[in-house]
Design a protein. Structure first.
Ligand code: ZN
Length: 265
């Protein structure tokens, strides 16, 4: 029996002579895998729906415990991503993170929607790439159950301070005064008494406000804030990336690639 699902191609991997194995993000079943027979042949009718970043209605049938792609149509292909290497490499990182945070057989409507919005935002260059990347990283951390508590200093409870620090492993803020008292103004040891690594990242008021905004904003408004390029953006970006990588406990080859592209442009 034929079935169909709307899905975003997160990864295309060559298999055999002419086939592809697709990793696809769907709303209803999270991450699924589809084998596309003959998809690498120029004559293949499924080739256009098997490309990375393509959001398509995918028709398939099930046989031998696998899903086999039989046809479909493109909803959105984000073609503009191919024209800019930095945007392309950022989009590659975004979909690799999406695959990491999505389970198999688990609903992922929010992750799908956010990932599509993010690819659109990159393609149309609606915000600086550093900002788009950080927003997606924070979203991914929150979606994975690692939402930081950014309301107040975790020690004295103050909400506004000229210098907060993000305590990455404990997922909260500490103000400059409390940090100074805790450490006696000396560098903190690498591991705290509870065995967690001490990763403390400085934030200025704009970076703090941006982190708070992203972690609380509805998806439709999550990119709708401005942060000037420069010091605040650098602190915000560094906090988002460090936070996600340390909570997922892994790196991403696509992130390394994005960083190398950025350095060379
Ligand atoms: Zn404090």
């Amino acid at each position: 029996m034929k079935k169909a699902v709307d899905g975003l191609v997160l990864r295309e991997m060559p298999v055999g002579e002419n086939d592809k194995l697709l990793t696809v993000l769907t709303a209803g079943e999270g991450r699924i895998y589809l084998t596309a027979k003959g998809a690498r042949s120029m004559r293949s009718k499924v080739m256009p729906i098997c490309r990375l970043f393509t959001y398509a209605n995918l028709e398939y049938y099930e046989k031998n415990d696998r899903r086999w792609l039989s046809g479909g149509s493109v909803n959105e292909c984000f073609f503009g991503l191919n024209s800019d290497i930095e945007g392309f490499s950022l989009a590659s990182y975004v979909v690799q993170v999406a695959a990491e945070i999505t389970g198999e057989g688990v609903r992922a409507a929010e992750i799908l929607r956010m990932t599509l919005n993010t690819l659109y935002c990159i393609e149309k260059k609606q915000k600086p790439y550093g900002q788009i990347k950080a927003v997606y990283e924070l979203f991914a951390a929150v979606a994975s159950g690692f939402a930081p508590d950014l309301g107040h200093c975790s020690v004295c409870g103050c909400r506004n301070h000229g210098q907060f620090w993000l305590d990455v492993m404990n997922g909260h803020l500490i103000c400059g005064d409390c940090l100074g008292k805790r450490s006696g103004n000396l560098p903190l040891p690498e591991v705290d008494p509870s065995g967690a690594r001490n990763i403390l990242l400085p934030l200025d008021p704009s970076a703090t406000a941006s982190l708070r905004y992203v972690c609380e904003a509805p998806l439709a408004r999550i990119f709708a804030f401005s942060l000037t390029e420069g010091e605040s953006m650098a602190l915000f970006s560094r906090a988002a990336e460090t936070y996600l990588l340390n909570h997922l406990e892994r790196g991403f080859d696509t992130l390394d690639f994005y960083q190398s592209v950025k350095e060379s442009t």
